[in-house]
Design a binder for this molecule. Structure first.
Ligand SMILES: C[S@@+](CC[C@H](N)C(=O)[O-])C[C@H]1O[C@@H](n2cnc3c(N)ncnc32)[C@H](O)[C@@H]1O
Length: 372
C-alpha cells in the first residue's frame, strides 16, 4: 500500500498526488527527513499526542535498560509504543527507523554481548546522535566491543543498506512505518531480512477511516505520524500479501489529535498499536499442546504473548496450527514443551480485532510488569 494510492488501488496504477510534497516517494522521504533532521530538536517539539506513550507499564528489566540510555538520546525519542519483546538475549535485532537510537541502546543491553543490534535510518542528524553514543553505552554495559551499529538507509530498500536475506531474529520499529510512502515495500523487506521463525514486533499509528487527500498532504501531520497512518485492516491484508503470520495485537493506546480537529474533522481517530508478526515456514505444524516451561526474563510465572493469549508456566494449552508453528519455529521454541494434541480442539487463535474497539473496551493497555 502506497501513501499515494487510493485504498483498494493496485501499486501499478497511476498514483494520486496526495502525499506531502506531491506524488513521489522521494518527496515524502525528503519532507520527513527535513522534519526529523531540521525541525524537531527534542520530543517536546512534537505537536500531537503521538509520542507521549511513556506511561505504559513495562517489565522491570525493560524499564531499567531504558533508564540506562543516555539523556541526549532519550530526549530525541519520538516513538509511540514499547518495542522490546521478550526473550531477546543472544538475538540479532534490526530497528527500522532507529532515530537517535533509544530502543537500539536498550536492546543492546538486553541482547547481551553475544547479541547484535542494527539501527537503520535515513536522517543523518538522527544517526549522528545515535553514533555519538555507541561508545558510551558499550562501556556502560561492560562490553569489550560495540554490539550495536547504525546504518544509513531507507527501510523500503534494506538491500541498498547492505542488509542480507535471512539475517535477523527480531525486527522492531517504533512509529516509523506510517511515515513510509510504501508500506508494502517495508513489510516485504522486513520479511526478506528476517530468518525463518523471526519476528517483526512493532508499534505504529493506525486510523479507523479513509483519510482525505487534504489530510494525507498535510506536511506536519504526516511528519507527526498521523497522515500516513494505515487503516488498521490494511495491515492484515498487507501482512498476508507479504507472507507474514496474522498480526497479533499486543497493546494499544488512543492518540490525542484534538489540536488538529480543524484539519482532521470529527470522524478520523488514531490509535497506537504494537503488533507481532512472524515469518513462518511454508508448512505449518498441526494443532499442538504446548506448555510454557518458564525461563523468560520478566515472564517467570506466565508469558502474555498477545492481548488474547497468556501461557501459564507448567499449564498445557492446545494451540492452533499457526501459533504452534510460531512457537516451534521461533526463539520461543526452547521455552516450551510440545505434545501431540490428539483430538483436542485448539483453545487459542489470533483473533482479528478492531484496535479501536479493543482500546475502548480495555482502556489503553500494555503487557503488565511481572517477576521483578
Ligand atoms: C517518529 S521517528 C521515530 C524514531 C525512533 N524509532 C524513536 O522511537 O525515537 C521516525 C524516524 O524514522 C525515520 N524514517 C522515516 N521514514 C524512513 C524511511 N523511509 N527510511 C528510513 N528511515 C525513515 C526518520 O528519519 C526518523 O528518525
Amino acid at each position: 500500500m502506497s501513501c499515494c494510492s487510493a485504498p483498494g488501488t493496485k501499486q501499478t496504477e497511476p498514483q494520486k498526488p496526495c502525499c506531502p510534497g506531491g506524488d513521489s516517494s522521494q518527496n515524502v522521504q525528503d519532507s520527513v527527513k527535513q522534519y526529523y533532521g531540521k525541525e524537531l530538536n527534542t520530543k517536546d517539539d512534537i505537536k500531537t499526542g503521538v509520542n507521549c506513550q511513556m506511561d505504559l507499564q513495562m517489565p522491570k528489566h525493560v524499564r531499567q535498560a531504558l533508564g540506562e540510555v543516555h539523556d541526549d538520546v532519550t530526549i530525541k525519542y519520538y516513538g509511540c509504543g514499547l518495542v522490546i519483546p521478550e526473550a531477546v538475549e543472544g538475538c540479532s535485532v534490526l530497528d527500522l527507523g532507529s532515530g537517535s537510537g533509544r530502543d537500539c541502546f536498550a536492546l543492546s543491553k538486553l541482547v547481551g554481548a553475544s547479541g547484535k543490534v542494527v539501527g537503520v535510518d535515513m536522517t543523518e542528524e538522527q544517526l549522528a546522535v545515535a553514533r555519538k553514543h555507541v561508545d558510551y553505552h558499550t562501556e556502560k554495559f561492560g562490553y569489550t566491543e560495540p554490539n550495536v551499529e547504525f546504518v544509513t538507509g531507507y527501510i523500503e530498500k534494506l538491500g541498498e543498506a547492505g542488509l542480507k536475506d535471512n539475517t535477523f531474529d527480531v525486527i522492531v520499529s517504533n512509529c516509523v512505518v506510517n511515515l513510509s510512502p510504501d508500506k508494502t515495500a517495508v513489510l516485504k523487506e522486513a520479511h526478506r531480512v528476517l530468518k525463518e521463525g523471526g519476528e517483526l514486533y512493532f508499534s505504529d499509528i493506525y486510523t479507523n477511516t479513509h483519510l482525505s487527500d487534504s489530510i494525507r498532504k498535510h506536511r506536519v501531520l504526516w511528519g507527526e505520524c498521523i497522515s500516513g497512518a494505515l487503516q488498521w485492516e490494511e495491515l492484515y491484508s498487507t501482512a498476508k500479501q507479504v507472507g507474514f503470520s496474522q498480526p497479533r495485537l499486543v497493546s494499544g493506546k488512543m492518540v490525542d489529535v484534538s489540536k488538529f480537529k480543524d484539519v482532521l474533522g470529527d470522524d478520523a481517530k488514531f490509535v497506537s498499536v504494537t503488533y507481532r508478526l512472524f515469518k513462518l515456514p511454508s508448512t505449518l505444524k498441526s494443532a499442538t499442546k504446548v506448555t510454557y516451561k518458564g525461563g523468560i526474563l520478566g515472564s517467570c510465572d506466565e508469558l502474555e504473548f498477545d492481548h488474547a493469549v497468556t501461557f501459564k508456566k507448567g499449564e498445557g494449552k492446545v494451540v492452533d496450527a499457526e501459533l504452534a508453528t510460531i512457537l516451534s519455529a521461533s526463539r520461543f521454541q526452547t521455552f516450551f514443551a510440545f505434545e501431540n494434541a490428539g483430538d483436542a480442539t485448539p483453545v487459542t487463535s489470533a483473533p482479528r480485532i478492531d484496535p479501536f474497539k479493543y482500546v475502548e473496551d480495555h482502556g489503553s493497555s500494555s503487557i503488565p510488569c511481572c517477576c521483578d
